[in-house]
Design a binder for this molecule. Structure first.
Ligand SMILES: Nc1nc2c(c(=O)[nH]1)N[C@H]1C(S)=C(S)[C@@H](COP(=O)(O)O)O[C@H]1N2
Ligand SMILES: [Mo]
Length: 197
């Protein structure tokens, strides 16, 4: 694994690379199961739970303020990629269009293909999190979650739901796919919150 594609972080980067991680120059694809093929014209994002149900389309997303993001990406399988460039919509800008009915405590992200992952509301409703639809100035490739994925830079990348199509606002914590299968409920890379045991 080490060598050509993975490097030990040098000291100038060590403050950027969480413990137990190696840098990769490429951008590996990490998907459980098949890659769903969703045309942007068919893509939908439904919000429900402690909010008035609402379905967002591709054009709804593009009508929101667009931002550029540069973020580090840390997979729990021990690779990190620094300075990934994305274009998309801040979660906080998106939430302006959501009519919340009761203060949420937690959220479940749902994806085309059935993948789910959970977040505390306080880890989700942040300006640094975003719905991405471009990667390095190009349309987000389907294997990296196109047409639209969530990116949560401060947590391990399994929280960054690819092919996102649902945001369920919850009053109580619930566990998503990997979290039910032994991954940590929160997944903070600097604390090495890898597993729940
Ligand atoms: N829908 C969905 N989202 C997902 C996954 C997945 O299997 N399905 N894998 C997660 C994991 S473990 C990681 S590390 C990142 C990988 O993103 P990448 O394939 O763009 O590198 O996506 C996350 N989001
Ligand atoms: Mo991952």
């Amino acid at each position: 694994m080490l060598g050509k594609f993975f490097q030990k972080p040098d000291s100038s980067m060590s403050d950027r690379v969480p413990p137990g991680q190696h840098l990769t120059k490429g951008f590996p694809v990490l998907t459980y199961g098949e890659t769903p093929k969703i045309d942007f014209i068919d893509w939908e994002l439904r919000v429900w739970g402690l909010a008035k149900q609402k379905i967002f389309s591709w054009s709804d997303l593009l009508n929101l303020p667009q931002s550029e993001f540069t973020a580090d990406f840390h997979c729990v399988t021990r690779w990190s990629k620094l300075d990934v460039q994305w274009t998309g919509v801040k979660v906080t800008d998106f939430l302006e269009l959501v009519e919340i009915t009761e203060p949420p405590k937690h959220v479940m992200l749902h994806c085309y293909g059935g993948y789910t992952t959970n977040l505390d509301w306080s880890d989700f409703a942040l300006e640094d999190n975003f719905l991405a639809h471009r990667l390095f100035q190009e349309p987000l490739p389907s294997d990296h979650g196109g047409p639209v994925r969530l990116v949560v830079p401060h947590l391990y990348a399994w929280k960054s739901a690819k092919w996102i199509n649902g945001i369920q606002l919850l009053a109580q914590p619930e566990l998503g796919f990997w979290e039910r299968n032994g991954y940590h409920s929160r997944g903070e890379p600097w604390q090495e919150e890898r597993y729940s045991f």
